[in-house]
Design a protein around this ligand. Structure first.
Ligand SMILES: Nc1ncnc2c1ncn2[C@@H]1O[C@H](COP(=O)(O)OP(=O)(O)O)[C@@H](O)[C@H]1O
Ligand SMILES: CC(=O)N[C@@H](CCC(=O)OP(=O)(O)O)C(=O)O
Length: 309
């Protein structure tokens, strides 16, 4: 046996050891639902996204029921730039007028949704694991109402409403279709959901993807919700990643401004999901290969875990 063969054999034994060590965790998540929020920043280059799809397939084949909710904020911004439409954000939410809504729906439900579902289907071809792309508009999945935000004027201290346009928050998740897909004994479906919702009057609204993932995880009583983003976790005031936090600590980070921008909807969602019965939420770096596998199947885990206590 030459040196290359010997090293390859060594790697084989290491892989087997890693698999054996994962057994207790694999049992914990057996037939449990894990909602994965795949952020637009985490998608990065197509090689990273394809690796994500392969990991989702692996989860499914290991007995987990993954449900993917995706974002696409940077992708919407790029398309709006091309069209010469300006975009602004309030507390991490995109102010959405009629033109912006059209572009957001086209990018989210069209390009991004179908790409992710397709990559999952491609990665799972041999085992017939199939991604199925949906938006909150399909099968009455997501009902929303207009988001109301107020801001205090720093000089007069008077509160006034900020109109975010067609931005909504979930009031009802009808997860009948999703439950049917993940419960199938004969087929391996992986639902992939775009964050578009509809009001009771039938108007299409843009919804922050973290918020949709939280509402979905709560409705499905998911064991875990994973928020995949572009930072290794939530940073505290000292700039260090916080490994675990309670709901009170999460609220304090928002109130003190240590968590700002896109991290605000993430923490708000994490808190709401835990209150709705999700065991824990993890905010982690989706750009790192196999981040979900490290989080679910190793002792140390990855990112920041948000839990009731
Ligand atoms: N305390 C914090 N810890 C980590 N990231 C933070 C914090 N406060 C704000 N952020 C910002 O939140 C961003 C993640 O939110 P966002 O850009 O909306 O990601 P995504 O597109 O993945 O949803 C990070 O890139 C970072 O700039
Ligand atoms: C209302 C609102 O802000 N909607 C988001 C929807 C996409 C999203 O949430 O994407 P990320 O997860 O990649 O940030 C937006 O228009 O950007």
């Amino acid at each position: 046996m030459d040196e290359i063969e010997r090293q390859s054999e060594e790697r084989g034994w290491d892989t087997a050891k890693t698999l054996a060590e994962a057994l207790p965790y694999i049992q914990v998540y057996d037939r449990e639902t894990v909602v994965i929020k795949y952020g637009g920043h985490a998608m990065g280059e197509s090689a990273v996204a394809k690796q994500f799809a392969a990991d989702v397939v692996l989860l499914k084949l290991m007995g987990v029921n993954p449900v993917v909710v995706h974002g696409g904020g940077p992708q919407i911004s790029a398309m709006l730039d091309k069209a010469g439409v300006k975009s602004s954000f309030v507390d991490g939410l995109r102010v959405t007028d009629g033109d912006t809504m059209q572009v957001a729906e086209m990018v989210l439900s069209g390009a991004v949704n179908k790409e992710i579902a397709h990559w999952i289907t491609m990665a799972g071809k041999e085992a017939d694991v199939r991604g199925i792309g949906l938006s909150g508009k399909d099968a009455g999945l997501l009902t929303v109402e207009k988001t109301r935000r107020t801001k205090r004027d720093p000089d007069s201290m008077i509160e006034h409403e900020v109109d975010l346009g067609f931005v909504g928050e979930p009031t009802k998740v009808d997860a009948k279709l999703i439950r049917g897909l993940i419960a199938s004994e004969t087929d391996d479906w992986v639902p992939v959901i775009a964050p578009i919702g509809v009001t009771a009057e039938g108007q299409t609204f843009n919804v922050n993807a973290d918020t949709v993932a939280g509402a979905m995880a709560g409705e499905l009583r998911a064991k875990r919700m994973l928020l995949l983003t572009d930072v290794p976790g939530v940073k505290g005031a000292d700039g260090e990643i916080i490994r675990q936090m309670t709901l009170e600590q999460a609220q304090l980070l928002i109130d003190t401004g240590v968590a700002n921008g896109g991290m605000i909807p993430k923490l708000e969602t994490a808190m709401a999901a835990v209150r709705a019965g999700v065991e824990a939420v993890v905010i982690l770096d989706g750009r790192r290969p196999h981040a979900m596998l490290v989080e679910l199947f190793t002792e140390h885990g990855a990112g920041t875990l948000v839990k009731a206590s």
